[in-house]
Write a protein that binds this ligand. Structure first.
Ligand SMILES: NC(=O)c1ccc[n+]([C@@H]2O[C@H](COP(=O)([O-])OP(=O)(O)OC[C@H]3O[C@@H](n4cnc5c(N)ncnc54)[C@H](OP(=O)(O)O)[C@@H]3O)[C@@H](O)[C@H]2O)c1
Length: 327
């Protein structure tokens, strides 16, 4: 396999390279791409230095896969070049996720959708992947009709600069210096901000609507209704989600727990509360606190945590590539 990583120097791109190495993927060649600013710099892979380049029609040629970890605008720019080069593009941006002929895939849930691709497969939104990993095993017992979710999203979800901004602001607060938000709309150190993305006409943000739009496509539940509030919290890494959901038929706590425990990629946590600090830098989604929803029948509520750079982005993309290779 010849693999390109587009956006190799970012939070997701770096993790993709690590995932390929730690999963011992049989890569004959890896090419790293980023912006002009990174051209000529190097990154380590299996003890060797790989030189970063800017992707173009010429150096994309011969690749089997391109794993994308760039912005929507950059992804739109590179898509035709990748297509022309004949590589399969597995994209982490949200630019193409809702296009009809672009599969939106979490391999453990709807891996078979990936096989219908036309050269591009989208990786879902990070909070959506983690939430769907928790809900999918229960949706297989009885389809989910409605979901009310609140996300608690780590700063690195906004890219590597989100991580630096929290570090910098903690120092500024400690030193009694003025705090100057750049990445986030307000101070994130010692605070939380219920505003991620831009606003739609309905008052929800673009990030919040992904839970419904992408959740429907991943679970194959076109009528799923979701109301979501996305909150940025001062956690470096790993998103957490509180999810209350109504199923078509009654599902007991015991059956829901059994299904989650048996689902590949999930861990049912019962002896304590799942915490983002525990799910950081690993690939498993932790699910706990499964309770009956007290406001309605046939409804449960749960709490889940997962590393959004790994399972919410890089690992999921690498797993899609593995799925295609193995099917
Ligand atoms: N962070 C997360 O948890 C997460 C989770 C799921 C999905 N995503 C999505 O994944 C994508 C990447 O996110 P990220 O968090 O990794 O962002 P990031 O840390 O800000 O990294 C952005 C990457 O894009 C590269 N880039 C910038 N301009 C470019 C250009 N003109 N040509 C080629 N490469 C260019 C940067 O290279 P330079 O270093 O050279 O500037 C860097 O490698 C985004 O679409 C994001 O929404 C992120």
């Amino acid at each position: 396999m010849k693999i390109g990583i587009l956006g190799a120097t970012g939070a997701v791109g770096r993790q993709m390279l690590e995932c390929i190495e730690e999963r011992n993927i049989n890569a004959e060649e890896i090419r790293l791409f980023a912006s002009e600013k990174s051209k000529g710099k190097t990154m380590m892979y299996k003890g060797q230095e790989l030189v970063i380049d800017v992707a173009d029609a010429e150096n994309l040629k011969g690749l089997d896969y391109v794993l994308g970890a760039v912005s929507n605008a950059m992804s739109k720019y590179y898509r035709p070049l990748i297509k022309e080069a004949g590589a399969v593009y597995i994209d982490n941006s949200s630019a193409f996720r809702l296009e009809d002929d672009v599969p939106l895939v979490v391999p453990q849930i709807n891996g078979e959708d990936a096989l219908k691709h036309n050269g591009i497969i989208a990786n879902p939104n990070c909070s959506t992947i983690i939430t769907m990993m928790a809900l999918a095993p229960i949706a297989r017992i009885s389809p989910i009709k409605t979901l009310t979710a609140t996300t608690f999203q780590a700063v690195s979800g906004a890219g590597i600069n989100g991580f630096y901004e929290l570090e910098e602001q903690i120092e500024q607060v400690k030193n009694n210096e003025p705090v100057t938000p750049k990445v986030f709309p307000a101070q994130i150190a010692f605070n939380c901000i219920a505003e991620i993305g831009s606003y739609n006409d309905n008052g929800y943000t673009t990030e919040e609507m992904k839970m419904q739009n992408e959740g429907r496509k991943i679970l194959h539940l076109p009528d799923l209704k979701v109301t979501c509030t996305c909150v940025r919290v001062p956690v470096y890494r790993s998103h957490s989600i509180s999810a209350a959901f109504e199923t078509e038929q009654f599902v007991s706590i015991e059956d829901a727990e059994k299904a989650v425990a048996a689902f590949e990629g999930d861990k049912l946590v019962k002896d304590h509360v799942p915490q983002p600090i525990e799910t950081s830098n690993q690939d498993i989604v932790h699910v706990g606190r499964i309770r009956y929803d007290l406001t309605r029948d046939n409804a449960l509520t749960l709490w889940c945590c997962g590393d959004q750079i790994r399972k919410g982005a890089a690992t999921n993309a690498v797993e899609i590539m593995e799925y295609l290779e193995n099917h």
